[in-house]
Design a protein around this ligand. Structure first.
Ligand code: FUL
Length: 402
């Protein structure tokens, strides 16, 4: 779960300009345990908090600038949202991740070489004072600073700092180095989605050229680096909480479909659920998340082919069930620690005396969920029609998705 929270929450903006008065940051009932409890109950595994967004306001009492919680009324100026968030994750058994925007519209040094040291100092505080951080999220946005100044980022130094201080953390950006952006913010991984990519196609975060988004969506079967996709999108129209958006939350099938187009297409889902001005997740979002969890449980907790007889001959897996079942989806997974090998598959169901093709696709990877019109059958056949290496499937299960 992604949490966009900061001065924008109080100004009703998406991008603060850096001139916000820290006095406006005053969540009345902030409870990071509520974020973490909600996330865990809804099946999330980690929280990623915007420790600093483009406006430069720091949610932790940094020594690098006074533009932070330390000069705000929050907890009388002695608050630390990062510490509360990390503590809540530990208490609820979740991993903690941090977003710290390189683009900073407040820092006086932005646009000068010394800004790099300033940013490194911020990363260093975040990565040394809060225990293990599981993911560091780098935003490629590289806009103007005060007086329209432009900053050249030192990505090798940023990445190197994270590696040195938190060697187990994975780094996200459109150019990795560990996890890649999926190329859009609407929640859609490619129908074809490789975990490998050609690093030369996206040389640095924020790189923009025709076709980059599609490349990130699909990955590259011939790619030389392992850089699985992460689909970041918001449950609300914006990334930050806005009063007018309470009635415009993604819920029901709109939210459920997101699972199929992200997790179901070999990607991780990073769903943004922004805390409100109280410093809490809103009831509307919580109820949408709980419905989302119930739908996933109903859809996937049970494999309708659990007791079936499975036999494999070459690239064909046949599943024979004791009696016909009604299903509308197949979930498949490769043993991902051995890599990704499947480049084409076909699924058939026995109908009377013959086989009928019910789905065809390309990649599987860590998870592939295929949905189709409901079928009733007692025999299903999966054929790997194309592969780039020897495939090892760990799961093939049948489901009736509500
Ligand atoms: C973008 C930012 O500009 C948005 O405000 C948001 O943080 C999104 C996740 O990344 O680049």
């Amino acid at each position: 779960m992604f949490l966009h929270f900061g001065v924008n929450t109080f100004t009703d903006r998406e991008w603060g300009d850096g001139h916000e008065d820290p006095a406006i940051f005053n969540p009345s009932a902030l409870d990071a345990r509520q974020w973490a409890r909600t996330a865990r109950a809804a099946g999330f595994k980690a929280l990623i908090l915007t420790a600093k967004h483009h406006d430069g306001f720091c949610l932790w009492p940094t020594r690098t600038t006074s533009h932070s919680v330390a000069t705000s009324p929050f907890r009388g100026g002695s608050g630390d949202v990062v510490r509360e968030m990390v503590g809540a994750c530990q208490a609820e058994g979740l991993k903690a991740g941090l977003y710290c925007s390189p683009w900073d519209r407040n820092a006086a040094s932005y646009g000068e070489a010394r800004y790099i040291d300033f940013y490194i100092a911020q990363l260093t505080e975040l990565l040394t004072n809060y225990g293990p951080i599981a993911e560091v999220w780098f935003d490629g946005a590289n806009g103007e600073g005060p007086d329209g100044k432009h900053q050249v980022y030192d990505w090798p130094r940023f990445f190197g700092t994270v590696r040195r201080l938190q060697p187990d953390a994975v780094m996200f950006s459109d150019a990795g180095p560990d996890i890649r952006w999926i190329g859009n913010e609407t929640g859609s991984a490619g129908e074809t989605c490789w975990s490998t990519i050609d690093p030369a196609a996206i040389p640095y975060p924020g790189y923009d050229a025709p076709g980059v988004g599609e490349h990130l969506q699909r990955g590259d079967a011939d790619g030389s680096v392992w850089r699985p996709g992460e689909t970041d999108t918001s449950i609300r129209p914006g990334w930050f909480w806005h009063p007018a958006d309470d009635a415009r939350i993604r819920r029901g099938s709109t939210l459920n479909d997101l699972y199929l187009t992200s997790v179901g297409r070999n990607s991780k889902l990073l769903l943004n659920v922004p805390p409100n001005r109280a410093g809490l997740l809103s009831e509307e979002d919580i109820s949408a998340l709980n419905d989302f969890r119930d739908w996933r449980t109903n859809a996937f907790a049970q494999d309708l082919a659990a007791g079936a007889r499975r036999s494999q001959r070459g690239s064909v897996l046949t599943i024979e069930m004791p009696r016909p079942v009604l299903f509308n989806a197949v979930s498949m997974a490769e043993e991902i620690q051995r890599g990704q090998a499947v480049a084409g598959y076909a699924i058939e169901a026995a109908q009377e005396a013959s086989w009928r093709t019910i789905a065809r696709g390309t990649t599987i990877g860590n998870r592939r969920i295929v949905r189709f019109d409901p079928v009733t059958s007692d025999r299903v056949r999966l054929t790997i029609t194309e592969q780039i290496a020897v495939p090892h499937l760990s799961t093939v299960s049948l489901h009736a998705i509500p």
